[in-house]
Design a protein around this ligand. Sequence first.
Ligand code: GLN
Length: 484
Amino acid sequence: MLNLSLKELSLALGSKKFTSVELTQFFLNRIKKFNSSLNAFITIDEEKSLAMAKKSDQLIQSGSKSCLTGIPIAQKDIFCADGWKTTCGSKMLENFIAPYNSTVIKKFNESGAVNIGKTNMDEFAMGSSNETSYFGTVKNPWNHDCVPGGSSGGSAAAVAARLAPAATGTDTGGSIRQPASLCGFTGLKPTYGLVSRYGMIAFASSLDQAGPMAISAEDCALMLEVMTGYDNKDSTSINRKKQNYTNCLDEKIEGVRIGVPKEFFEDTLNPDVQKVVQEALTQYEKLGAKIINISLPNNFLAIPAYYVIAPAEASSNLSRYDGVRYGYRTKEYDDLMDMYFKTRQEGFGDEVKRRILIGTYVLSAGYFDAYYLKAQKIRRLIANDFKHAYEKCDVILGPSAPSVAFNSGEKQEDPLAMYMQDIFTISTNLAGLPAMSVPAGFIKDLPVGLQLIGNHFEESKILNMAHVYQQNTDWHLHKPKGID
Ligand code: GLN
């Protein structure tokens, strides 16, 4: 059960090699064994998961199963799941039981997948190391002294340590790809608007996008098929024909033009990571792809623009946590204003407060034009860079993160160093493009991820590129020591 792909699990369930209840119990036992050291999950509810598995077994019995029926999936604790505690990694929502399903959860439920638990994450998805979680840090299964990346760090540790066959994540500036890179598995951030944001707790609404985190590109393709689709409950959901992503795998990559941006290989990149990426490029060349040198001249502005736009949106989104409607309320207060102040002071962590401060500042009269509007203009320039690049190439390739996993605590006191983790991922969020991280090698015992960026709605293309690479390499099949 431990080493089977989603497709193989589905076939085994269909041919009654084992039941969903048995499979779910197997992963619940693994969670019991490893979660005390990894801290990957915030909520585990055996009874609920097993009840879902039982239902899935009935579906399988009745012959009405689809590709994920009966398969346990770990869900990032940012997705509202009816009856489940949904904390978003914050004290503010420590005891919040979601009264409805997010669209992502609803789609997994309808497919008959089993929710195996809610995973740890940076508070309100703000972070690159999972160290801002109210529920404690998450360990990187490859080396417990290192961070798993963030903000989807719990999902990342869960997939890397095989505590679940696959998981969901969200990516506002890199939170699927950077942890996928640091923990050695495959993760995909879809085109903005492809996956509904309804019921996904908002961080920066114009950037947030949910996606799959799994062992292989094929597994990600299967998950994506379940997750996508138009949703009239999300005003930015895009109404286009649903695609079959698994059908497009195994296409020849001969003649595919891979754009390599020179800005991704400057001094911000660790030389050993650069070597791994170069080796992957050589591999692609052997497979018949053509390498084209391109430029994304405004990439260096991505982080400053993001840290104006994302906090601006966050400060607005987080104004709902006022101690009145739901979530945490301070115990003692004098009057309404005092209650607001104390609730927010006690309920939010430092990083969240920092973002609220920046956000309200850049949106305030007098500074709006200088910061927020300027950042939006830069966002357009960044999107145009990609538009021009795609006139010359079919996909873009580079590193996912500037380094391998770093030590816990190493960047905690230095927010700017932490923000630099997303130097290669943020521009795609600003442009709304799909991108993935694919395991491509190791530095010492720590995994390195390769990033593939597609044009809008070209998930199939990057999934195929990743799949063909994985048919010719086995980096994605390596497992951390001691997890068997
Ligand atoms: N690390 C980035 C941040 O802290 C991105 C987070 C994310 O993608 N959710 O904002």
